[in-house]
Design a protein around this ligand. Structure first.
Ligand code: MG
Length: 373
């Protein structure tokens, strides 16, 4: 057992849960949070939600579930090296995408546009809503009743208007404070994970080619080193070794830079961490390279015409579902219909956001194809 740093989150000093509960036996408060997340329905649905490639496009592409597991894996190894609380970091990482709509960013953009006159839709806020309200499995409370620290970490960003409505977890956005270091680690582990696995999936799909990738300095560095060591290596292994090397280098850089930042700021408690600027970060050079990678993925993968076509279909499905349900709320399943009579369009957003890709397509067919009725 590695000793926690004084600035780490300690489960016995948690700010607690919204509904008071007896302390857990044989596991910490943050371990209990992690277990509740893994047992939730929203977590299981991540298996059939798109990361970039829609589920039916192939069995080997990342889904929201495998993405979340990769984020958790990377986040834990960083947390351990910084003597932070691994369990809290893992909980935040596993929960960070629970509020994602079907069809990845295309789905989120479409739902946000549909909700423009009803308070908008933001997947990050929705993740918090899932764990605070939408999961209905416990006798004594709605949601998962997670610790403040886990909820604080799930809410990565938030507008001042929403921050005021959210109470305790919203406050830091009004005062310009930081979240725990565990939350900062989970957030950047997400960036490390998706930028690298999207390269891997991009090449696997045939939409990206190794030759294109060589224009990126960090990719070229790793490719050259591996080719020198293993001449004639099969492309699949070459890509994996490159991605593996890049993840490793980013983790190493992040740990090093963050250790320096922490030593300089010298926080003696989690509250001093919250009062300081973000301390978990990459080096300046690494930031520039990572931005180059993001720009490359945006223009060559996320905006590839084949990805755009899938995105356009996805937006159409979400828009049509939203329109059908808001025009005729009686088409909603009973519990969402009840919610609609209290909260209007928000109930439709919750219903659609909870759908997996394939469920949304099936529901769309049920509503629009006469022969399916
Ligand atoms: Mg993510």
């Amino acid at each position: 057992m590695i000793e926690l740093a004084p600035y780490a989150a300690a489960p016995d000093r948690s700010r607690g849960r919204r509904v008071a509960e007896a302390p857990p036996q044989g596991r910490s408060e943050f371990q209990r949070d992690r277990d509740r997340i893994v047992h939730s329905t929203a977590f299981r649905r991540l298996e059939y939600k798109t990361q970039v490639f829609v589920n039916h496009e192939g069995d080997h592409f990342r889904t929201r579930l495998t993405h979340s597991l990769e984020v958790a894996q990377i986040a834990r190894s960083i947390a351990r090296r910084l003597q932070l609380n691994e369990d809290l970091t893992e909980s935040i990482a596993l929960a960070h995408d629970l509020g994602h709509t079907p069809f990845g960013h295309a789905g989120q953009d479409a739902l946000n546009a549909c909700m423009r006159d009803h308070g908008g839709f933001e997947h990050n806020l929705q993740s918090l809503r899932v764990v605070d309200v939408l999961e209905q499995r416990y006798a004594a409370f709605d949601g998962l009743n997670l610790c403040f620290e886990t909820r604080e970490g799930i809410l990565k960003h938030c507008s001042p208007r929403h921050a005021r409505e959210l109470g305790d977890v919203g406050e830091r956005f009004l005062h310009g404070h930081s979240p725990s270091l565990e939350a900062q680690v989970a957030n950047l582990a997400d960036e490390i994970a998706y930028n690298n696995h999207d390269i891997d999936d991009g090449v696997r799909s045939g939409l990206l080619h190794l030759e294109q990738l060589e224009a990126l300095p960090p990719v070229a560095r790793h490719l050259d080193a591996i080719r020198a060591q293993y001449p004639g290596l099969a492309p699949r292994r070459l890509v994996h070794e490159t991605v593996r090397g890049m993840v490793n280098a980013l983790v190493g850089d992040l740990v090093h830079r963050s250790q320096t930042n922490i030593a300089q700021a010298n926080p003696r408690s989690i509250d001093e961490v919250r009062a300081a600027r973000s301390l978990v970060d990459f080096s300046a050079q690494c930031r520039v390279e990572l931005q180059g990678l993001k720009d490359f993925l945006l223009s060559n993968l996320y905006r590839h015409f084949r990805v755009n076509r899938m995105g356009a279909k996805a937006r159409r499905v979400v828009r049509e579902l939203f329109q059908a349900f808001t025009e005729e709320p009686r088409l909603l399943p009973e519990d969402f219909y009840q919610q609609f009579s209290r909260e209007g369009a928000r109930a439709v957003a919750d219903y659609i956001a909870g759908m997996t890709d394939r469920y949304a397509l099936r529901e769309h067919r049920r509503l629009f194809a006469i022969e399916e009725a």
